[in-house]
Design a protein around this ligand. Structure first.
Ligand code: SIN
Length: 481
């Protein structure tokens, strides 16, 4: 495993003279000590990306796509090794980590299939004598900043469409999980992506971000992370008028309608809520269940949640791994305490489970009943394995409560299909699973509305984020043969 940064196809030290540790959240053991990159390395990465840009952008789409396909195949072949890296630094169970690696490879394959997005279009501009052509062009050097909860898939989700579009990339993974990004960089190099087309640095995040946002050669920023940091980055991006895509916080509602198949809804809730120990932007954060089945749903969900094995992600039996750090544990505890203090009923879980010789970071799958919108867990993302349930009398109430949030990334509706689809169309969010607990897909548009951000990732929508359109208005020169 490399323990350096990738700049211009070479593995480099940091420029700050300091180092930082990457820790396994399940044991607190130091798994790597990396050089801390700062402003100088960030700028060196942009130097490399902007030097590589003309040749990479000039390649035919099919050649770029071939590199991405090769990388996807290599990723699939190395699925187990890469998953081990993901689990080691972010804590999710190995089976989930393998799923994440497959998801990352799908983003590479999906981007490699979007040649249509780069076709120029001759169109009728209502200008007699003018041949009007819309030409898609790469936006240029793209800065991508990725989170710790999907350390390889989120990088693939951004870098793959950027590279397919003909852009070059400077990437900064989260300091908690840089090893997956380093592995991704190495894999891309081995797949033939030329030096400088993809560069990876991390360390002093504010210095790196500031250097990129001040650099006029950076033309695009794609960020996944908190709304608070997204706002800060957008302010910074305003100076050089850098185009942004923002995938920010979520606060998904999970609506269960009258007439829903309760066991199916419970299985859906289990899969969507407790994936990655609830540390997923699209995790349901509020369960709005029709009064006629709320009791049965809550009881069955609690029984199933109590059965989920809590432990280190490396244990094949584990279904719920550790939270990423102590701060995350504090936040989840605070949400549970606030709910209980405001009248919620604890059905199962409620605190961490102490495991011998392990840090106090393993939060039990928790189900709370009798919740209401005044509770903290109904107002903001918990990012932990807590399922607060509120009974509602009609679907209109569920929609009103679901939409009364400044966030709007994902939502879920379980129930008779036609009614569930009708309700789904009323939700103010970017992604809705209708009787489907895992709507994300590399071929589908992913992104939010309101405080959850803007821009879409996946399929042709994803590649469009890295393209700009040039309009050619061509009038024949008089007398030209
Ligand atoms: C995220 O948590 O931001 C990604 C979730 C997904 O792609 O399903």
């Amino acid at each position: 495993m490399r323990d350096r940064w990738l700049i211009n196809g070479a593995w480099c030290d940091g420029d700050t003279g300091s180092t930082f540790d990457v820790r396994d959240p399940a044991s607190d053991a130091i798994v790597a000590t990396l050089p801390c990159a700062g402003e100088k390395q960030a700028t060196a990465a942009v130097d490399a990306a902007s030097r590589a840009l003309p040749a990479w952008a000039a390649l035919p789409f099919d050649t770029r796509a071939e590199h991405l396909r090769r990388a996807a195949d290599a990723m699939t072949a190395a699925q187990r090794e890469l998953a081990a890296v993901v689990t080691q630094e972010c804590g999710k169970p190995l089976a989930e980590a393998e799923g994440e690696v497959r998801y990352a490879a799908d983003y590479l394959r999906s981007a490699a299939e979007q040649s249509q997005a780069l076709q120029q279009e001759v169109f009728d501009a209502r200008r007699p004598g003018v041949r009007a052509i819309a030409v898609p062009e790469p936006v240029g050097v793209c800065a991508v900043i990725t989170p710790w909860n999907f350390p390889i898939a989120m990088l693939a989700r951004k870098a793959a469409p950027a590279l397919a579009a003909g852009c070059t990339v400077v990437a900064k993974p989260a300091e908690e999980t840089p090893l997956s990004a380093i592995a991704f960089g190495e894999l891309m190099l081995q797949a033939g992506v030329p030096a400088g087309a993809l560069n990876v640095v991390a360390g002093d995040a504010p210095a790196i971000g500031a250097a990129w946002l001040a650099d006029p050669r950076v033309r695009k920023l794609s960020f996944t992370g908190s709304t608070e940091v997204g706002r800060m980055l957008m302010r910074g991006a305003a100076e050089q008028v850098i185009r942004c895509s923002m995938e920010l916080g979520g606060h998904a509602a999970f609506i269960v309608l009258e007439g829903a198949d309760v066991p199916a809804a419970v299985q859906g809730a289990l899969a969507a809520k407790f994936r990655n120990a609830g540390q997923t932007c699209i995790c349901p954060n509020r369960f709005l269940v029709h009064r006629s089945i709320a009791g049965a749903f809550t009881a069955q969900l609690a029984l199933a949640a109590a059965d989920l094995m809590v432990g280190p992600g490396t244990d094949p039996a584990t279904r719920v791994g550790p939270l990423i750090n102590d701060e995350a544990v504090r936040k989840v505890r605070n949400h549970v305490a606030d709910a209980l203090q405001r009248g919620a009923r604890l059905v199962v879980g409620g605190d961490t489970r102490r495991l011998p010789n392990r840090p106090d970071r393993f939060f039990e799958p928790t189900v709370l009943a009798d919740c209401h919108p005044e509770m903290l867990c109904f107002q903001e993302e918990t990012f932990g394995p807590v399922a607060p349930v509120m009974a509602v009398s009609q679907s209109a109430d569920a929609v009103r409560i679901a939409n009364a949030s400044p966030w709007g990334l994902a939502g879920y509706v379980f129930g008779p299909t036609a009614e569930a689809e009708r309700v789904a169309r009323q939700l103010a969010c970017g992604v809705v699973g209708v009787n489907e607990p895992a709507p994300s897909n590399a071929y589908a548009p992913f992104g939010g509305v309101k405080w959850s951000g803007f821009g879409r990732e996946g399929g042709h929508w994803g590649i469009g984020e890295y393209l700009t359109t040039k309009y050619l208005a061509v009038r024949e020169q008089a007398g030209t043969p």
